[in-house]
Design a protein around this ligand. Structure first.
Ligand code: BGC
Length: 730
């Protein structure tokens, strides 16, 4: 009998003390006008040098206090100790105009309490939890004096070779937009300005090679790459970060159409745009600027407001203005944007941070509880042959293999007093704690460390495995294999880990593979040989405990894939919302759109994930046969837990317009909802489908909608069956 962990969520919702980390809420017209008056008043009193200073984001290690005192620094990144932020802020307040600094950081998956990496958070398919993780992240970072997070990353990518997919929400734009909004709301309610990044197209880098070029038609920018930015801005994001890549030959950092036309003019964005790390200086390498001075000019003219640690605005912008090459009005516009954000954050009114107050707000039991809940829901059960999981209580000897099983790889920022949080439980410790009486767990690393690059006494691991009833292997990608500048061409487990897995499989004992990766790997051979496979994306400080809970059935997995898993690297890019082509695949037919040596379908479809219980979908139907172009229609379905234990299922609605003026995807996600059901329990889930969700963009980026038939698919993955049709009518 499983012991299912039910969590009383309300206790994990942060409550705010006055002071740092005030929720950033929408302003009314009166408040907005008051801020604009303060901005204009201050701007009118600033010298050109002071204005340029506000556009300079300095690094915590290279910032010169004298520059702060002279008003030549507007922001500092990576200062994470109250002692340091207080000290720098005191200097800023002693400058001629006393404009306080804005402190920024990549507070992405947590500050002290580490949550699963963003792709893991997204795998919960639970926007409420994603929002909660962002809120706790900001709450803790704000407690030590930070105002601004360089997150969420909302870049769309269909290419798991790109290491930064770990920071995103997967391949689907509808889904990613919902996650982008949730993360933005969470960060800002936690008191930090959010920064959707990187504008735009960064996730489409050719070959998945980081920083590489992108070639994206306008229609696809609007259909696929822009919506998560819009969603984040609609949720109130105060700043935006520009991308490193060149888009259609022009670096995003110098792309005035992207920044001035789309973002600032068309979308009315009134916050500021920060460059990426030294990306202004990199315009020289891109080959569009002769030197830093020209780079500074091009970036500013194109719409970058703030220079991240490049010091090119700092060194050159005032000269460019004096030489008449940059209008001062554009500098004023950038400064207004920066000051607006500072006023909105209430930094002018903030006092000093007390170490004791900050410390008390870090890693509270409530934050740890939230991290546990998110981690539990982030683990995707991909295969479970013969229901080998959860581990039967009669299992006597478990061999736990892999250095990752004893590794504590979270990298929390130190506390105000320089302290690190207590080490999290390892998988080994958590399994030993949760194992039923009579079950023993012995560990062998098999590899030298969690990077998995070198063997370490494989024979001992094999010998242990051979003597066990069940093998649990914890393997995957870590170290320099995930994240930024971690593009890969072979999407297997790095190093010697396949050798380890093969040796374990050869023992004939059943192998449960717990995979910690930053992306979907190519698992075609792996799934043939393992009995069960749990996909994790580095699940954070409570993650190993959550893994043990899932292994022993204390928690029931409920996560879903956010990518179509490729069968081989050659299938990439593979995504479910593809077009049909003129020669749709038909097995056995020669002249069709297909591979000679590979199937067309993914190994695991988008939206897929197993549970320890089973679910049935019945009686799916739209509430009406037609919908007006400006209207919406409800589509509902009954979901029943047909198995023996409580669990959560994600009901998913997909749509397809078979005939339109442009070829439309075979299906598109149009709604999803995660529901908790007790054994035997049924719930009617209702999606509201707006006709406008079928819209697409033309080559000029104009939104278009066609009347006509719409097919509906409802189920628990992107391979859900067709359940009916509606018609969009004029
Ligand atoms: C990354 C950004 C990040 C910045 C600051 C850059 O290399 O592309 O996403 O915010 O560094 O750490």
């Amino acid at each position: 009998m499983l012991r299912l962990a039910f969590v009383v969520l309300l206790s994990f919702v942060p409550t705010f003390a006055a002071g740092q980390g005030r929720p950033i809420l929408p302003l009314n017209a009166h408040e907005r006008a008051a801020i604009e008056r303060r901005v204009e008043d201050l701007l009118a009193r600033m010298t050109l040098e002071e204005k340029v200073g506000q556009l300079n984001l300095a690094g915590q290690h290279d910032v010169d206090p004298e520059d702060i005192r002279a008003g030549r620094v507007g922001m500092v990144m990576n200062a994470i100790e109250p002692r340091r932020t207080n000290e720098l802020q005191r200097i800023a307040r002693s400058s001629r105009l006393g404009i306080p600094l804005l402190f920024g950081l990549d507070a992405v998956q947590g500050f002290r309490t580490m949550f699963p990496l963003p792709l893991g958070q997204a795998s919960t398919w639970n926007p409420r939890l994603v929002e909660l993780a962002a809120e706790w992240t900001a709450r803790e970072a704000a407690a030590v004096g930070l105002h601004w997070t360089f997150a969420p990353m909302v870049d769309m990518s269909r290419d798991p070779r790109w290491g930064r997919v770990i920071e995103g929400a997967g391949e689907d734009v509808f889904f990613a937009s919902i996650i982008a909004a949730a993360r933005t709301r969470g960060y800002q309610r936690g008191g930090m300005a959010a920064t959707p990044k990187h504008f735009a197209g960064y996730g489409a880098v050719e070959q998945g090679r980081d920083y590489n070029s992108t070639w994206i038609p306008t229609a696809q920018l609007y259909d696929y790459h822009f919506p998560p930015f819009r969603a984040s801005l609609d949720a109130g994001a105060l700043t935006v970060m520009a991308a490193f890549n060149a888009l259609n030959g022009l670096p995003a950092t110098a792309h005035s159409w992207l920044m001035r036309d789309v973002l600032k003019r068309d979308w009315g964005f009134d916050g500021f745009i920060v460059s990426d790390f030294n990306s202004i200086g990199e315009l020289v390498h891109h080959g569009i600027a002769r030197d830093d001075a020209e780079a500074a000019r091009l970036a500013l003219l194109a719409g970058i407001d703030v220079d991240m640690v490049g010091y090119v605005f700092f060194h050159h912008l005032a000269n460019e203005v004096r030489a008449g090459r940059v209008p001062e009005a554009l500098i004023d516009d950038a400064v207004r944007r920066v000051l607006r954000v500072k006023f909105r954050l209430g930094i002018f009114e903030q006092g000093e941070i007390s170490d004791a107050v900050a410390l008390a707000q870090l890693e509270t039991p409530a934050a740890r509880g939230a991290a546990r809940e998110v981690a539990r829901e982030s683990l995707i059960l991909l295969t479970n042959r013969d229901r080998i999981l959860p581990i039967a209580s009669a299992t006597r000897r478990i061999a736990l293999i892999g250095a990752m099983a004893t590794h504590q790889d979270d990298n929390p920022w130190p506390g105000p007093d320089g302290s690190r949080p207590p080490r999290p439980e390892t998988v080994l410790q958590a399994m030993r704690r949760l194992a039923p009486a009579g079950t023993t767990i012995e560990h062998a690393p098999a590899v030298t460390d969690h990077c998995g690059l070198e063997l370490s006494d494989l024979a001992a691991a094999v010998s242990l495995a051979s003597r066990s009833d069940l093998i649990v292997a914890v393997l995957g990608e870590d170290c320099h294999e995930i994240g930024e500048a971690a593009s890969r061409t072979r999407l297997g487990m790095p190093g010697v880990q396949h050798e380890v897995l093969d040796a374990l499989v050869a023992t004939g004992r059943p192998v449960v593979l717990v995979l910690q990766t930053g992306r979907p790997l190519v698992l075609t051979d792996v799934v043939r040989h393992v009995a069960a496979l749990i996909q994790t994306h580095h699940p954070g400080i409570e993650g190993r405990t959550a893994i043990a809970e899932v292994l022993f059935g204390v928690a029931n997995p409920s996560a879903k894939t956010t990518f179509s898993y490729p069968r081989s690297v050659g299938q990439i890019p593979i995504y479910y919302d593809r077009l049909n082509t003129g020669r749709p695949y038909n097995p056995g037919e020669r002249w069709k759109s297909r591979f000679r040596d590979e199937e067309l379908d993914p190994l695991f479809p988008f939206g897929f994930g197993l549970s320890y219980t089973s679910f049935a979908f019945a009686d799916a139907r739209p509430a009406a046969a037609t919908v007006r172009r400006d209207g919406s229609v409800e589509v509902s379905v009954t979901v029943t837990n047909t198995g023996g234990m409580a669990g959560q299922e994600v009901a998913q609605l997909y749509v397809r317009q078979p005939v339109a003026r442009r070829s439309r995807p075979l299906r598109q996600l149009a709604g999803f909802e995660k529901v908790m059901l007790a054994p035997g329990e049924s719930r009617r889930v209702t999606f509201r489908l707006a006709a406008d969700q079928l819209a697409w963009h033309d080559d000029q980026g104009r939104r278009q909608l066609d009347s006509g038939r719409v097919e509906l698919f409802v189920g628990n993955s992107s391979q859900a069956p067709k359940v009916g049709e509606i018609e969009i009518v004029d």
